[in-house]
Write a protein that binds this ligand. Sequence first.
Ligand SMILES: *Cc1c(COP(=O)(O)O)cnc(C)c1O
Length: 464
Amino acid sequence: MRFVSTRGAAPEVGFVEAMLGGLAPDGGLYSPTTWPLFSQEEIADFASQSYATVAARILGAFADGVIAPAALASICDQAYATFLHPATAPLRQLAPGTQLLELFHGPSLAFKDVAMQLLARLYEHVLAASGRTLTIVCATSGDTGGAAVEAFRGRANIRIVALFPEGRISEVQRRFMTTARDSNVRVLAVAGDFDACQAILKTLFRDETFTNDVSLSAVNSINFVRIAAQCVYYFTAAVALGAPGREVSFVVPTGNFGDAFAGWAAKRMGLPIAQIFAATNRNDILARALKTGVYKRGAVRPTQSPAMDIQVASNFERLYFEASGRDGGGTRRAFEGFDQGGALTIPPKVLATMCDTLSGLRADEADTSQAMALAWRDGRGLVDPHTAVALAASGKLELPGTTPLVVLSTAHPAKFPEAVLAATGAVAPEPPIVGRLALEPERIDRIAADASAVKAYVRKFVAA
Ligand SMILES: *Cc1c(COP(=O)(O)O)cnc(C)c1O
């Protein structure tokens, strides 16, 4: 399968280039030239397959033989063997008709592991074949860094530098990155917010000399393979609830829009999804955009769901591209305008196409705390604050009773013990890994929110 840039001004590339390159050279995001379509029979057959097998089928449709099917199957098996739950992404009933999809059983206790465990193994596989070495720089609002460090540490031919906004992530999130002792890992605390970290990353990628000198690569949710990997649990959850014979709706706690866009892609690939609700915290650029048609950056305000403290939802560009009928020129004008002026107006037809499937919801801090408290009080268990944003938002929905609703649960409550304790008075049981990390020494370098400082740092790491 070939991939095009959402901005229409970069050459088409294959699966491996789309995976390793991250952003396209014209500043756009890679998107497949056509979406694979699964038949009703194929989807029905997923119900009897393991999670890893479904993953291999779906990734195989994008990799299209570029990764040998047997190698891909074994990579998927290994990636999902790291999960602590045998079902990988189990459903848990919350109420009649409402299920929680637990995506946090991976090594760093967050849903980012689902894609990252697969991506790291795919990287290692293709790099071993080509003899290349890469440097990954990733910006994290909390969970990406931990999942990426956990997935890439110790892997051959790859270095990883994780940037995080100092003071804006939880201690457990930080320790998943800073306690790695592997020599291919560096962790940078940036004096700025997550959008500043993301802006540094974009600047690095725009500098062609730097990109080539250090063989730069990105594993942020702009990486298409992460989207493909995240489509998988929409399929496994939906077939467990009766798809393809029945429609299913999803509520997705949303930041950079990678997760919710994967749901949109799953629908495009033939899965009968009725509605996808993208739930944001008070950093609600997406909820506002879908409601008003104006996608406009605001100031980031810290919340108890820090992985969603984002005012630029990178993957929204993918949705815009698709909803505009894959109009690369139009997408380029819209997003170059947004990059410069911080706002864009979605043409009414494009917005209508988006809203066929997607709606934006918002939960503020009080709603989020209340959702955690209610779930605990009613015996539905402890949920983390990101999941609580989705729960709070879904509480406001009035849905026809027959379509099952799946609420994506994106982090283990023990990853955010302070917020959980404050809302519920309860202490989340700690998986053993959290206790072990608390005892390990941390390694952190501090840096200004300045792209040239980060470039110099990465150059030095690569030269060492
Ligand atoms: C990253 C993350 C999200 C947001 O996912 P996006 O793909 O960025 O929308 C939600 N919850 C948790 C716990 C996360 O780590």
